[in-house]
Each structure stands twice: as C-alpha cells, then as structure tokens.
Design a protein around this ligand. Structure first.
Ligand SMILES: [Zn+2]
Length: 331
C-alpha cells in the first residue's frame, strides 16, 4: 500500500484510498507521512528540525491539473531518490473532491475560503477542506523554526499576455530581491503585488504563519493527461532547486512587477464587463477606457495604462470579477 501511495500519489488520492500504514521510510531514506486525503509530508531521515519548511500545493482549483501532475512526478522522484530533498516538504493536493469530479469546485471556490472565511459557509463542501488545510499547514509550520515557504500552483482559465505569472500577498515587509530571483527561476514573467488582504491559501500562509507565500499561475487549464509538462519545465526545475537547498539558477530574467490598482467587485447580477468576456490576462488599456459596469458604478482606467487580470463576470455576487494592475517602475 505505501508503495502505491508513493509511486502515484495522484492516482492514490483520486481513488479516495486511505493507507493502512500512514508513515514510513522510502528506499532512499526519505521519511513520508500521509496526513489525510491529498496530504503528504516528506523529509530526509536525518534532517534537522530547523531546516526550511516548504508547502507546495496544487489543485486548490480542482480542474487545474498540470501543477497537480507536476507535484505527483516530484513526489515520485523524491521517493525514488531522483530528486534531492533538504527540507521538510508538505505536498498538498487541494480540492480533492473537485479533482475527482473534474471541476473547479463543488459549492464554493476553495481559494476564497481561507483565513476563517469557511466558517461563514458551514454547509459548503469546500468549508471542511479549507479548515482541514489550515490545520494541516499550521501543524506543519509550527513543528520547527526553519524558514517557511508556501507556493500555491495554479493554471489560468484564459490565455495570458504573460504565460506564467505570480501573485504576492499583501504584507507589511517589502519582498526582497531573493524572492524575485526565485520567481525568475520558476519562469515567472510578471508579478502582481497585492495591496489588500484576501482569503486565498497563500495569503493565509503569509499572514497566519509568516511564510514566504506566493500564488503561481503556470499556464492554461487542460484535463488530466492532456498537459504538456514540458511547458512547466522551468517551474519544475526551480522547485527542485528550492527543495534541494540550492540557490536559484543564474541568468534568469527577473519578472516585471505590477501593482494591483483596482478590483472589480461584483455587487449584483447587473455586473457587466465592457471589454468583452474573453480577453487575455494582462491585456492593456489606456487611461479613461471603461472596463466594467455594475448598475450605476463604472470602472474606468485611472493610470496612463492599466491591465486586466482574471476578468470573469460569471463569479458569484459578492466576489471579485477581475483586477486592474499597473506596472511599477523598475528600481
Ligand atoms: Zn486557480
């Protein structure tokens, strides 16, 4: 049973199985612990408690399959000794029920339920999972004093001017050059700097646990088995360097940085995108361009140029229907 779990954690998880034995040591001296559906901790047997603690998550949106496959291959390679590990690693396959159903979520977007927001929707299928993930990462991070990381891997629904981009949660302290070097090493072309809090998984790990946390958008959604993982090669090799305790590769291009300058909040069913429903992420618009309308409220471009990210008029009333971002000057 443990062999099946380590050989194909994704298949094991999708089958809804629970192992008879929940912890052990793989052939190469890597200790593993199964912590619940889609939750697998890995660490070298002799690793110090103060080694880095890294959470890698994927499938928080159940239909975003490529990063899930990427983490599955990573877990296989660690267990087989083909990928070096010098960290306490927690692999999280986020919304297992939605992954099994082949959809983004069942009742509520899991990535809008963290930081306790799940308490406000107790009957939602996703509420229990959000609570379980919060408890699991809390135990994982609090088990030692090492540097804390959380990288939440996603793929976008729509095409993007920048194929790979990252969202950094709002926090008091500025992000250091090392963060941008790592994002460049993951193949990230653009970074969004959030200026307000949100109920995402990465924001929760940043605020509740002081983790260096980031949401990575690595390409476009495809069904399981139809992903070209070579398009995710930069992210995969960057993650392997990170968990191996190496430095980011030299010679990578640092990402362009964008500030979130506006948020399109859907307040009623009258909400309408005035730029059409199928524009690419990061499409630029000039000052004065009307972007969206909700009854009397109209959002227009305030800066010389702003770009639209995650436009989606179909979200539930009360949720974010898009972000407007402006490029930050290079420092
Ligand atoms: Zn996503």
């Amino acid at each position: 049973m443990p062999e099946a779990l380590l050989a194909d954690f994704l298949a094991f998880t999708l089958a809804g199985e629970a192992p008879a034995v929940t912890a052990g040591e793989a052939a190469v001296g890597v200790q593993w612990r199964w912590l619940g559906a889609g939750l697998l901790a890995l660490a070298p047997a002799a690793l110090a408690d103060d080694a880095p603690r890294i959470v890698l998550s994927a499938g928080v949106h159940g239909d975003e399959t490529a990063p899930v496959e990427l983490l599955n291959v990573l877990a296989q390679d660690i267990a087989a000794g083909k990928a070096a590990l010098q960290a306490h690693l927690l692999i999280v396959l986020g919304n297992v029920a939605a992954m099994q159903a082949g959809c983004r979520y069942l009742d509520d977007d899991l990535n809008r339920l963290f930081g306790g927001v799940h308490l406000s929707v107790p009957n939602s299928t996703e509420a229990g999972r959000a609570a379980e993930l919060e408890a699991c990462v809390a135990r994982f991070f609090e088990a030692g004093p090492g540097a804390r990381w959380h990288l939440d891997l996603h793929t976008a629904i729509r095409p993007s001017v920048f194929e790979r981009f990252a969202l950094l949660p709002q926090r008091e302290a500025a992000y250091g050059a090392d963060v941008f070097a790592w994002l460049g090493a993951f193949g990230i072309e653009a970074v969004l700097m959030h200026r307000t809090g949100s109920a995402t998984f990465s924001h929760y790990c940043s605020h509740a646990h002081g983790a260096l946390a980031c949401t990575l958008e690595l390409g476009k959604v495809m069904p399981f088995g139809q992903n070209d993982l070579s398009r995710f090669a930069a992210a995969a090799s960057g993650l392997r360097r990170l968990i191996a305790g190496a430095a980011p590769a030299d010679g990578t291009t640092p990402p362009r940085c964008f500030d979130v300058v506006g948020q399109l909040d859907k307040r009623s069913d009258a909400f309408k995108l005035l730029i059409g429903d199928d524009v690419a992420n990061f499409t630029p618009y000039a000052q004065g361009t009307p972007i969206a309308r909700d009854g009397e409220q109209v959002w227009t471009v305030q800066h010389a140029e702003e770009r639209i990210v995650f436009p989606n008029a179909k979200v539930k009333v009360g949720l974010r229907a898009g972000l407007l971002v402006a490029e930050l000057p290079v420092v």
